[in-house]
Design a protein around this ligand. Structure first.
Ligand code: AR6
Length: 170
């Protein structure tokens, strides 16, 4: 299935799963994480508190966790903590893992469609071009071909970057 790019708010997405660019605490935050929690309502935070985390109560960078979606038009929210670009030893591997683990969880839960934000491209500081290259390449892996993938991107500049990278892969 294809890869689509939409300029706009991911909380409006109609998809089986909406991916949240979260942080390892899984307790919400700013940016897209804040928007998703606000739109989903308090059920989402309650659901996040139920998911299995590490002994220290964390979802490690590059991993993902799935919850119900509260009031969103989706069956699931998949929360992943992308890398903090300046602090990660291997940001490209971690970012690829965030996309891969999110899509694996979606497939394991019977999803046919998934909506992504630009994971790590806000306060986590990932350079847009490199992030787009990783996002698109992982989406094109054979394992994920049955999923309909849509990127919801904030702003014209980032949409341009994603479109250009996608066109280079076609
Ligand atoms: N829909 C789509 N994209 C959005 C939306 C939205 N409603 N709101 C922001 N973006 P960021 P990160 C874009 O900072 O870099 C949180 O506090 C935004 O313009 O949300 O992975 C978490 O709790 C940018 O392009 O996520 C973590 O602590 C992209 O989404 C931390 O931020 C990602 O920006 C994660 O940082």
């Amino acid at each position: 299935m294809g890869i689509h790019i939409v300029q706009g708010d991911i909380t409006r997405a109609l998809a089986d799963a909406i991916v949240n660019a979260a942080n390892p605490t899984m307790l919400g935050g700013g940016g897209v994480d804040g928007a998703i929690h606000r739109a989903a309502g308090p059920e989402l935070l309650a659901a996040c508190k139920q998911v299995p985390l590490t002994e220290r109560g964390r979802c490690p960078f590059g991993e993902a966790r799935i919850t119900a979606a509260g009031k969103l038009n989706a069956r699931y929210v998949i929360h992943t903590a992308g890398p903090i670009y300046s602090q990660s030893e291997a940001p490209a591997l971690v970012l690829a893992s965030s996309y891969r683990n999110s899509m694996r969880l979606a497939l394991e839960n019977g999803c046919k469609s998934i909506a992504f934000p630009a994971i790590s491209c806000g306060v986590y500081g990932y350079p847009l071009n490199e992030a787009a290259e990783i996002a698109v390449s992982v989406c094109l892996e054979d394992e994920f071909k049955s999923l309909e993938k849509t990127f919801y991107l904030f702003g014209e500049d980032i949409v341009q970057v994603w479109r250009q990278v996608l066109s280079q892969h076609r």
